[in-house]
Each structure stands twice: as structure tokens, then as C-alpha cells.
Design a protein around this ligand. Structure first.
Ligand SMILES: Nc1ncnc2c1ncn2[C@@H]1O[C@H](COP(=O)(O)OP(=O)(O)OP(=O)(O)O)[C@@H](O)[C@H]1O
Ligand SMILES: [Mg+2]
Length: 367
């Protein structure tokens, strides 16, 4: 066991040095000293028992928190760098032609998000509204992120991609500043799209988590600030849990257009299976339609996975025998036995209900 008194002296020394550095504005040095003080307090906690141990643990945690606050202050100065990082350096190589089915969705997106950029004169002539926010929502693995990438590819606009799950932890305590600089940067561009993927984890319902609430408030303020003023700035959101998003974010004037991305229908599933099996050796009687019939609740991502797994056995055999082994419907059936669709009827009911709720809101407004 380490000597508590010695540890205590060390602790006091680090704290003292940390405070001095902080007063001088040397945050890097201050942070290092506070971290060391926190570690020392942690050692003291481990060497003690009961209430004292708890108190020391709490203190150690508070000190570590304090030092990460300092890090945030320093990061704020670099917020612009962060914005540059969001901007996708390379435009993803995915087009609408790769997205199976969803014709209505593609049409709506063309009208709202692509044509305004490609044919601004026509939009002026017809006095069409542009800008604002569009939310893509639907079960997981249905192509929402894929569509966003296709949009980035088809419009000549700067594309800022922000992913909820990535940045929630990264942004703790500095979200407002970051959201603000994101909008500022996008606003400077002639044409820009801000894409927020997994929006539910970034802009959840308020009242549970203060960090989330601050993010939502800042976001609402920013959205209201730009809406109507910059017709060339579009917001695109995607989520598979729309009911978790704060309702003010979804209100009209903000993400007013909501587009449901459903599970793929039979034609879309056929397209995906054919694409995956293109040029792959299959048996003479191989039937894509049979697979289409058996995959009713499958998402696009499930179909991908199914096709990939069905190739495993023939491939292994082909390697073992150094020959060509054709893929058969039986290979698919074997995988189907152990691979249920990832979306359940229960999940779909939640979407039905959400759709009903927003539709009833819309019709109430019209009355
Ligand atoms: N409509 C589709 N057309 C072609 N491929 C699709 C389609 N939907 C899904 N896929 C396939 O599934 C993968 C996952 O899709 P994507 O990441 O776009 O799903 P998502 O809707 O964003 O899901 P999540 O809600 O979980 O984020 C895609 O990379 C693609 O291979
Ligand atoms: Mg996605």
C-alpha cells in the first residue's frame, strides 16, 4: 500500500501547480497537473475504505471532470477545424441508380433537394420554395444513409455530414459552439447541405439529459435563424427512431418534410438480389423470385447479408475441390432457416403509429 501522507502531499502539489497554470492561461499544463492530481486522488481512494473511499472517489472524478473542461475550452478554439472535418472530403461514389426501389422517395427528393441546385432559374420562374429541412425516417437498413450519400453525389453542393452517435460523446459540453460553427460554415457556402445521420441520438426529446437539451435548444435557434433566409442551405436528417426526436425539431418550418423510407418491396428486393448475384455462378434452375417471396420483412441490409452468407458454402466447396460450385436456392434456404429479418412486425407498428400521428397533425393544420 502506498503511503497516504506522501500521496496527499503529491496531490496537493499537483493541484497547486494546476491552479497556477490555469490562472496564467496555460490550459495544457493545467490540464496535465489536474489529471495527475485526479490520478493521485484515485490511488488514495483505492487505499481507503468505506465513506472515505467514496468521498475520495467522488473528488477524483470531479477533478478529472474539471480538467476535461479545460480541454473543451482549448478545443473551442479549434472548432473551425472540426467543421472542416465534417465536410466530406470525397463525394461518395453512390448514385440514385444504386438505390433499389423507392421511386416516390427519389422523386420527392429530386424536387426538394436536387433540382433547386441544378435548375435554380426554373425554381425562380415558378416561385418554388427551396431550402429548409427534410427528414428521412424508417426501419434500420432501408437505405437512408445511402440516399443521403446519393444526394451528395448528385448535387454540386458542399455536404456536411454529422453522425449523432459519433459526436454526442465528442461534443459533451461544447455542442452549442460546434453546432453554431457548423451552421456558420455552411451558411457561407453558396450551396450547402447539412446531413445529420442518426438524428435521434443528437436531438432527443428534451427533459432527460441536460447536454441533449442544450444541443436541441441551440439547434432550434440556428434552424430558425437560417430558415427562409438562405434558400441554398438544406438540412437533411435521417433516423430509425423518429419518435425519440424532440418534437419541436420536427415542427413545420424546421424539418417540415418527412419522408418515410419503408422496407423494400418485392421489386426492390429482386433488384438487390440480382445485383448481388450478377455474374456469380448459379444453378440452372436458380430462381430469384423464390427468394423474393421468402424475404418479405427483410431490409436492404438484410438482403445484402443473406446473399453474402448464401455464397459461403458453395465458395468453401469450390476452394476445397478447386472447381466451380454453383449457388442454388437451397443455399439460400439454409441461411434463411437461421437468419430472421432484423425488423419485426412490432417495429413496423411503431412506424405505422408515427405515420398516423404526423398525418393527423398535418390534416388538423389544414382544417
Ligand atoms: N434501397 C436500397 N437499395 C440498395 N441497397 C440498399 C437499400 N437499402 C439498404 N441497402 C443496403 O443496405 C446497406 C445499409 O443501408 P443504409 O446504411 O443506407 O441503411 P439505413 O437506412 O441508413 O439504416 P440505419 O437506420 O440503421 O442507419 C446499404 O449499404 C446497402 O448495401
Ligand atoms: Mg443509416
Amino acid at each position: 500500500m502506498e503511503d497516504i501522507e506522501l500521496l496527499n502531499d503529491t496531490f496537493n502539489l499537483y493541484m497547486q501547480k494546476g491552479k497556477e497554470a490555469k490562472e496564467k492561461g496555460n490550459f495544457a499544463l493545467a490540464k496535465r497537473n489536474f489529471m495527475l492530481a485526479g490520478e493521485t486522488m484515485m490511488k488514495m481512494a483505492k487505499a481507503s475504505k468505506g465513506a472515505l473511499r467514496e468521498a475520495r472517489l467522488t473528488r477524483a472524478r470531479r477533478i478529472v471532470e474539471l480538467s476535461s473542461d479545460l480541454k473543451e475550452k482549448k478545443k473551442e478554439e479549434n472548432a473551425d477545424d472540426d467543421v472542416k472535418k465534417w465536410q466530406s472530403a470525397e463525394v461518395p461514389n453512390i448514385g440514385f441508380k444504386d438505390v433499389a426501389g423507392l421511386d416516390d422517395v427519389k422523386k420527392a427528393i429530386k424536387i426538394r433537394m436536387i433540382n433547386p441546385y441544378l435548375h435554380p432559374d426554373k425554381y425562380k420562374l415558378y416561385n418554388k420554395k427551396t431550402g429548409g429541412g427534410v427528414l428521412l425516417y424508417g426501419p434500420p437498413g432501408t437505405g437512408k444513409t445511402m440516399i443521403a450519400k446519393a444526394i451528395a453525389n448528385e448535387v454540386g453542393a458542399k455536404f456536411y455530414a454529422v453522425k449523432g452517435s459519433d459526436i454526442v460523446s465528442k461534443w459533451v459540453g461544447e455542442s452549442e459552439k460546434n453546432i453554431n460553427s457548423l451552421f456558420e460554415e455552411a451558411n457561407k457556402q453558396q450551396r450547402a447541405i447539412i446531413f445529420i445521420d442518426e438524428m435521434d441520438s443528437l436531438l432527443g426529446k428534451r427533459g432527460v439529459d441536460t447536454h441533449n437539451d442544450k444541443r436541441v435548444n441551440e439547434f432550434l435557434q440556428q434552424m430558425d435563424g437560417f430558415s427562409g433566409k438562405n434558400p441554398n442551405l438544406l438540412l437533411l436528417g435521417a433516423t430509425n427512431r423518429p419518435w425519440d426526436i424532440d418534437s419541436a425539431v420536427l415542427r413545420s418550418g424546421r424539418f417540415s418534410q418527412k419522408i418515410y423510407i419503408p422496407l423494400p418491396d418485392a421489386d426492390a428486393r429482386r433488384f438487390m438480389i440480382e445485383k448481388s448475384m450478377k455474374n456469380v455462378p448459379t444453378s440452372k434452375d436458380f430462381s430469384v423470385d423464390k427468394i423474393v417471396q421468402k424475404t418479405e420483412l427483410f431490409s436492404g441490409a438484410d438482403i445484402d447479408e443473406l446473399c453474402d452468407r448464401a455464397k459461403d458454402e458453395p465458395l468453401l466447396k469450390a476452394i476445397a475441390t478447386n472447381s466451380v460450385v454453383e449457388v442454388t436456392n437451397k443455399d439460400f434456404d439454409e441461411v434463411l432457416k437461421v437468419f430472421p429479418p432484423s425488423v419485426t412486425e412490432g417495429d413496423l407498428k411503431m412506424f405505422d403509429k408515427f405515420n398516423e400521428d404526423i398525418n393527423s397533425l398535418i390534416s388538423k393544420k389544414k382544417k
